[in-house]
Design a protein around this ligand. Sequence first.
Ligand SMILES: *Cc1c(COP(=O)(O)O)cnc(C)c1O
Length: 395
Amino acid sequence: MSISPLMPVYPRCGVRPVKGDHCHLIDEDGTRYLDFASGIAVNLLGHSHSGLIGAIQKQAETLMHVSNLYGSPQGEALAQRLVDKTFADTVFFTNSGAEAVETAIKTARAYHQHEDGDANRTELITFTNAFHGRTMATISASNQEKMHKGFMPLLAGFQYAEFDNLDHAKSLMSDKTAGFLVEPIQGEGGIRPGSEDFIRGLRQLADENDLMLVFDEVQCGVARTGKLYAYEHYGIQPDVMASAKGIGGGFPLGACLATEKAARGMGFGTHGSTYGGNPLAMAAGMAVMDAVANDEFLAEVTEKGERLRSRLEQFIGNYPELFELVRGKGLMLGVKMKVESRPFFVHLRDNHQLLTVAAGDNTLRVLPPLVAGDAEFDEFFDKLSAGAASYTPAG
Ligand SMILES: *Cc1c(COP(=O)(O)O)cnc(C)c1O
């Protein structure tokens, strides 16, 4: 037998964390890493937040799981909190981001296949370099061929328009169009915020043609950008939105949020999940909302994001041969490099014990826990400076 017991779909690196400590990870062999990856925008409260841990412990002792066949006081409470804090009127809980996007896609299709709708409208327009997850529907929603290879046939019903190009999206519209599925700020694609004209333009096209505007805020949502959800930066609201990653603070949790109108096709028996919204997940989600869904916390994220960004902008000026620019919002920042970003991210990780994430468009993602402060930022710049000074790009 030569296959590894863990199916070898990830090229796993030598960092093997066994313990978390606030903004640090500690490896099997005791090495400490500064974690500015946060499990890819997941551990927004760091690794040892007493509120989150206490809530999970308490709920685990009380009631971990019951079927969705029963009433859910825990689910109602978290759904109500999300409804109070967002555009949405109703929420479906999932266990992951891809499932949240799947639910959003089904919601958008079912809107048109409802008796008051136009059942011809089955196609979603999605965008180049998007990432929506790894299920069949979510890889079909992305134009990235590296995710399609070996998994044909794709699910029908997706058209790819160029990201941030409103005219291109418009040119793909037809009487089959059901709506748009877009990350307002692309994550895996390289921390690329959609322009205000683009996002607001999609809203307008959806309004004019009775289409669904579906946001994938799995990465940019839940306080990451200094707003509870990134759509708030644009002064518009989606009809349907997928949330996950940070929403459980490290506990597997996702959610599909929708307006009452958008959810008109999602009646009894149309969708389901065995685990989705179980009491343990709801306790984690509620602890995260308690910590982040308030003006003080969000203002702090905004302010920290501005500080980190201006220090990054200053810093990259010292290495014009390596770095091109900084982009993003709040604590969702990307440094676009002039050289390949992946080897540099490996260098920071292996030689300077600094964890970041590589992304598309030669971008280095900087995603600190939202509870990081000046001490962690100072350590970040110490490691980044040492890393840049000691780096020689290949070729
Ligand atoms: C991570 C991510 C997903 C998929 O989430 P999973 O929990 O891995 O299924 C979907 N959309 C975006 C924008 C993401 O960043």
